[in-house]
Design a protein around this ligand. Structure first.
Ligand code: ADP
Length: 254
C-alpha cells in the first residue's frame, strides 16, 4: 500500500512539474515574441532619424567645409561614422526580426546558382582580397531561395572578412547527402575561432575579434541560424584557430 501511495505521489508531482514546465515554456515563447516585435518596431522607427543624423552631418561637412576648424571636422566625422554604424546595426536587426515574418515561399531551386548570386553581390570584396571561391556539384533543394542566398552571402562574406592577412582567402562550398537531408559546408582558411565561442557566435550582437580591424554588427550569424532553423535544419561551426573555420548547416532533401 505504501509503495502504491509513494508511486502515486511521485506521479502527481511529476505531472505538476510537467505542467509548470509547459506553462514556463509558453511564457518564454510569448516574451520572445514580444521582444522580436519590439526589435522590429524599434529598428523600423529608428531608420528615419538615423538617416537624418548621417545625411545632415555629411551636408554640414560639405557645405561649410572651409569655415570649420579641425576640431569641428573631427567631431562631424565621429558623428557621421557613429550614425552610419548604428544604421548598419538597425538594418541588420530589422532583417533579423523579419526572417520569421517572411520566408514562407519554399520552392525547388539550384543551390549552386544561389552561391553564384551570393558571389556576385560580394564581387568587390572578392576582387579586393584576391579570394578563390570554389563550389561544385551543389544540389537542387526546396528552400526560400531569397533566404538561401542571404545565408550564403553571410557565410561567404564572413569567410572573406575574417581572412588571414598573410594569405588570400580560399573558400569552398560543398554539400553531401546525410540520410533525409543535405549537409552544406562553407569552409575557409582564415583566422579561425576559439572553440570556447562555437555556440556564442550565433547569438545576436555576439562578436569576437573586435579589437582587430574587422567591422561588423554581430547579427549575420544570428540571421543564418534563424533561417536554417526556420527550414527545420541545424547550424554549427568547427574551427582550428589560426588555420580556418568550417560552417555547417543541414537542409531538408526534397
Ligand atoms: P559580424 O557582424 O561581427 O561579422 P557575425 O554574426 O556574422 O557578426 O559573426 C559573429 C562573430 O563570429 C564575428 O564577430 C567573428 O568574430 C566570428 N566569425 C564569424 N565567421 C567567422 C569566420 N569565417 N572566421 C572567423 N571568425 C568568424
Amino acid at each position: 500500500l505504501t509503495d502504491i501511495t509513494v508511486r502515486k505521489t511521485a506521479e502527481a508531482e511529476l505531472a505538476d512539474t510537467r505542467e509548470a514546465l509547459l506553462r514556463a515554456n509558453e511564457r518564454l515563447r510569448a516574451s520572445n515574441r514580444d521582444l522580436e516585435q519590439f526589435a522590429y518596431v524599434a529598428s523600423h522607427d529608428l531608420q528615419e532619424p538615423l538617416r537624418m543624423v548621417v545625411s545632415y552631418g555629411q551636408l554640414l561637412e560639405r557645405k561649410y567645409h572651409d569655415r570649420l576648424d579641425d576640431d569641428a571636422h573631427t567631431f562631424i566625422d565621429f558623428m557621421v561614422e557613429g550614425g552610419a554604424r548604428m544604421q548598419a546595426m538597425v538594418t541588420d536587426l530589422l532583417e533579423f526580426s523579419r526572417v520569421d515574418r517572411m520566408g514562407g515561399e519554399r520552392e525547388p531551386f539550384d543551390s549552386g546558382k544561389a552561391v553564384e548570386e551570393a558571389k556576385f553581390s560580394l564581387s568587390q570584396a572578392i576582387a579586393e582580397s584576391g579570394a578563390e571561391i570554389g563550389h561544385a556539384g551543389l544540389p537542387e533543394i526546396v528552400y526560400d531561395s531569397h533566404q538561401f542566398v542571404r545565408l550564403m552571402q553571410n557565410l561567404i562574406g564572413n569567410a572573406l572578412k575574417y581572412h588571414d592577412p598573410g594569405r588570400p582567402p580560399k573558400v569552398t562550398v560543398t554539400a553531401r547527402r546525410d540520410g533525409h537531408q543535405w549537409e552544406f559546408s562553407v569552409s575557409d582558411n582564415g583566422i579561425g575561432i576559439d572553440p570556447a565561442y562555437f555556440e556564442q557566435i550565433f547569438a545576436v550582437f555576439r562578436r569576437l575579434h573586435t579589437r582587430d580591424r574587422y567591422g561588423g554588427t554581430g547579427i549575420g550569424l544570428a540571421v543564418c541560424k534563424k533561417i536554417v532553423e526556420h527550414h527545420g535544419g541545424r547550424i554549427w561551426v568547427e574551427s582550428t584557430p589560426g588555420a580556418g573555420s568550417a560552417f555547417f548547416f543541414t537542409a531538408p532533401d526534397p
